[in-house]
Design a protein around this ligand. Structure first.
Ligand SMILES: C[C@](O)(CO)[C@H](O)COP(=O)(O)OP(=O)(O)OC[C@H]1O[C@@H](n2ccc(N)nc2=O)[C@H](O)[C@@H]1O
Ligand SMILES: Nc1ncnc2c1ncn2[C@@H]1O[C@H](COP(=O)(O)OP(=O)(O)OP(=O)(O)O)[C@@H](O)[C@H]1O
Length: 274
């Protein structure tokens, strides 16, 4: 079975409180972004153990710790009749980018195994497995715009008029560790209530919708502010860091087009529509 795990963007992100377990409460809107990896899962030939073959962008760390394998093993612990499998991951979404790429791979692996081996798991059950693999992971089960609260893994419905609008995402080839980024945050309440701010026209978001990681990370990584400035110069109506960075994105009003932009060769840029 071949699936295409997509990335996500955070539209506003407020880290409101540190929890006793070291995690944080947050409030953010998650949007699916059609920038994808490719993941294939097939039953292994007789006598061959479960394995993963990686291609594309190099993933730091031991392949044995890949989140796709972790997802497979998590289900196998509860469904021992699952056969050995071969996983093939072609990585295209930048890592340590705030785009949730690893979490998407894990969530899509859960969904693919559920379909391939007819486990019959409900979306709620898949979400509860996903939560055990990472805070961002549960979002990718339903993979639709939501207001995320608590650890970023509890969702409320939200109506947004962003489908199809032009978007540019810029990854400055800078891996920011999520744990380290949270370590730089001083939690506090949102400056503007997110749901209300996002109900207003796109052009107003610049003044009312922000990501707490931006202020926390920009002193150490001024390139993030440079990219944001360039996106606004190219006509973006709204620009922001995604998640804990380092990807920065711009959104353009419906019917408009980003002005041509020049980026250093080591940057990776995605341009398309939401
Ligand atoms: C920044 C976001 O991408 C916003 O969507 C997410 O909150 C990050 O989610 P994630 O990458 O799935 O994070 P996890 O793999 O669960 O956790 C990585 C590390 O981030 C920190 N972490 C994560 C989520 C959260 N609500 N509070 C935290 O403090 C913890 O130090 C944790 O050890
Ligand atoms: N399939 C995978 N894709 C990416 N990273 C993976 C994967 N499996 C395991 N990892 C590990 O997770 C780390 C990346 O996690 P990290 O949370 O920083 O980035 P991310 O998944 O790209 O998204 P985000 O920055 O939004 O959390 C990598 O350093 C790698 O060791």
């Amino acid at each position: 079975m071949l699936v295409f795990p997509n990335a996500k963007l955070n539209l506003g992100l407020y880290v409101t409180e540190r929890r006793p377990d070291g995690f944080h409460w947050l409030e953010s809107v998650f949007l699916p972004l059609p920038w994808t990896d490719a993941l294939e899962i097939v039953p292994a030939p007789a006598g061959q153990a479960t394995s993963i073959t990686l291609s594309g962008r190099p993933i730091p760390g031991d392949p044995a710790t890949n989140l796709c394998l972790k997802a497979y093993e998590l289900l196998r612990a509860d469904y021992p009749s699952l056969p050995d499998a071969q996983l093939y991951l072609h990585k295209m979404v930048p890592i340590g980018a705030g785009l949730g790429g690893g979490s998407a791979d894990a969530a899509f692996a859960l969904k693919a195994v559920n379909d391939l081996f007819s486990l019959g798991l409900s979306l709620e059950k898949l979400e509860s497995y996903a939560r055990r693999l990472g805070s961002d992971c549960a979002f990718f089960i339903r993979n639709q715009p939501v207001l995320a609260v608590e650890r970023g893994d509890v969702f409320e419905e939200i109506e947004l008029l962003v489908a199809g609008i032009p978007c540019v995402v810029v990854y400055p080839n800078l891996h920011i560790s999520t744990a380290e980024a949270y370590g730089r945050i001083v939690p506090g309440p949102p400056t503007h209530p997110l749901r209300e701010a996002l109900a207003q026209p796109l052009e107003t978001w610049r003044d009312t919708v922000s990501n707490d990681f931006e202020q926390a990370l920009t002193p150490a990584f001024p390139v993030l502010a440079d990219i944001k400035r360039q996106l606004y110069t190219a006509g973006a109506a709204y620009a922001s860091l995604s998640g804990s960075g380092s990807a920065v994105y711009g959104l353009w009003p419906p019917g408009s087009e980003p002005a041509p932009l020049q980026w250093p060769v080591e940057f990776t840029v995605w341009q398309g529509r939401l």
